[in-house]
Design a protein around this ligand. Structure first.
Ligand code: TRH
Length: 392
């Protein structure tokens, strides 16, 4: 007997800070709606943050449909409609008590999924998919871990992502993509980048050692163009270097270009148009992996340096697709960029990183195959929930 997959999904997202919590929730919501025919409601406590990723969002609307998803405000003490079949508690931010009460009162109990943070740590395999009934109500609740290794939930990937990425990059390789790149820059009011320049996209937290990076680029052998999206890092650079509102600054062999923070749907094209991507948090980190260009992860800092364990765990797994020497070089630069004690100086790590870009690109092709074998997070989640519903 086949059971229909759960169709109605509620995703609850509390924005802790920045864009990652809502960035992942929004991407998941869209994908469930577009690719799995799900009726998705996304409850979010900070609509202006979602609006930065999706300018169609009306921050004053009580209910709205955006790109096939119902978007509603998540507020404590509000009245909630009957629950959906599956309820996602994004990053364990919690569900409103009034909503939990409705879940508990439902004749058919909804599935409660705590969607955790992405991690490459080995313990994820043992915890992924484990049941953990809600202590007060006994509601069925499960922990679901995104990941990059077998035994995890995989990472988000829209069905058409790689075809779009490959089309963009194939024309780049053939030289015709210069037009795409030129158009990308023209749309943001800039000339095309010089043909011999290395282009960086630079998305990181403001405490990143950008001064060291800039100084290495200024003195480097090749011209470098750094695209810096507006935000706290751009503001910190402007202030420290007294750049005012300049959009373009040349210093030695480095050109800084301050670009607007683009809607999430356009962010991939910035990655595809860049030779090296500096990314952070969770969602941009995953997008850089799919983009296939050498990348540098600025991990979100946690208490007691827990993030360093997470960083090293990823480097261990990722290093398996790289030649040993390139794996060492990538590790050195990532540790330096993350300010890890005893990391080699960025000034020496950077030129070595540049020198092994080709090996990194090759490794990233293998990495892509490995990620593809895991399936994608939305599809895996859907499959997982269908299995649980069928067992009921
Ligand atoms: O913003 P982040 O640092 O997010 C987080 C949060 O801090 C969260 O609390 C933390 O737990 C988590 O990281 C690990 O980084 P992230 O995850 O990469 O999210 C950024 C989003 O912004 C991502 O969806 C891409 C998007 N983006 C745009 O849409 N346009 C842009 O121009 C840029 C630079 C990013």
């Amino acid at each position: 007997m086949s059971t229909a997959p759960p169709r109605r999904w509620d995703i609850f997202c509390r924005v802790i800070d920045n864009y990652g919590d809502i960035g992942v929730s929004w991407r998941l919501a869209r994908q469930l709606a577009h690719e799995h025919g799900a009726a998705v409601r996304l409850w979010v406590d900070q609509l202006p943050v979602l609006r930065a990723l999706c300018p169609e969002v009306d921050v004053n609307a009580a209910v709205q449909s955006v790109q096939g998803v119902r978007v509603l405000p998540y507020a404590e003490g509000a009245d909630y409609p009957p629950p959906a079949d599956v309820v996602i508690d994004a990053f364990g931010g919690g569900l409103p008590p009034a909503y939990i009460a409705q879940m508990a009162a439902s004749a058919v109990k909804p599935l409660w999924i705590v969607l955790e943070y992405l991690s490459a740590e080995s313990w994820v395999r043992e915890h992924h998919g484990l049941p953990s009934p809600h202590p007060q109500t006994g509601l069925p609740r499960y922990f679901y871990f995104p990941g990059v290794a077998p035994g995890s939930g995989g990472v988000l990937r829209e069905a058409d992502l790689l075809a779009r990425r490959d089309a963009f990059c194939a024309t780049e390789d053939a030289g015709a993509g210069v037009n795409d790149r030129r158009a990308w820059w023209a749309a943001r009011g800039f000339d095309d980048v010089p043909a011999d320049a290395i282009t960086l996209s630079l998305f990181a937290y403001p405490h990143a050692p950008w001064r060291e990076l800039f100084s290495a680029c200024e003195q480097g052998a090749s011209p470098v163009v750094a695209a810096i999206p507006e935000g706290p890092l751009a503001a910190a650079i402007r202030e420290a270097c007294r750049l005012g509102q300049s959009r373009r600054v040349q210093t030695g062999n480095l050109e800084l270009r301050f670009v607007p923070f683009v809607p999430q749907l356009d962010y991939d094209t910035l990655l595809w148009a860049s030779d090296i991507n500096f990314v952070r948090g969770e969602d941009s980190f995953v997008r850089a992996q799919w983009a296939g260009q050498p990348f540098v992860w600025h991990i979100y800092s946690q208490a007691e340096a827990a993030h360093e364990v997470k960083l090293r765990a990823f480097l261990d797994v990722f290093g398996e697709v790289l030649p040993a020497d390139s794996a060492r070089v990538v590790r050195n630069l990532w540790l330096a960029w993350n300010g890890v004690a005893a990391a080699p100086p960025l000034a020496s790590a950077w030129p070595e990183f540049l020198a092994c870009r080709q090996a990194q690109r090759q490794g990233l092709r293998l990495w892509r195959e490995k990620l593809l074998e895991l399936g994608d997070l939305a599809g895996n989640l859907q499959h997982f929930c269908s299995g649980l519903v069928a067992k009921k």
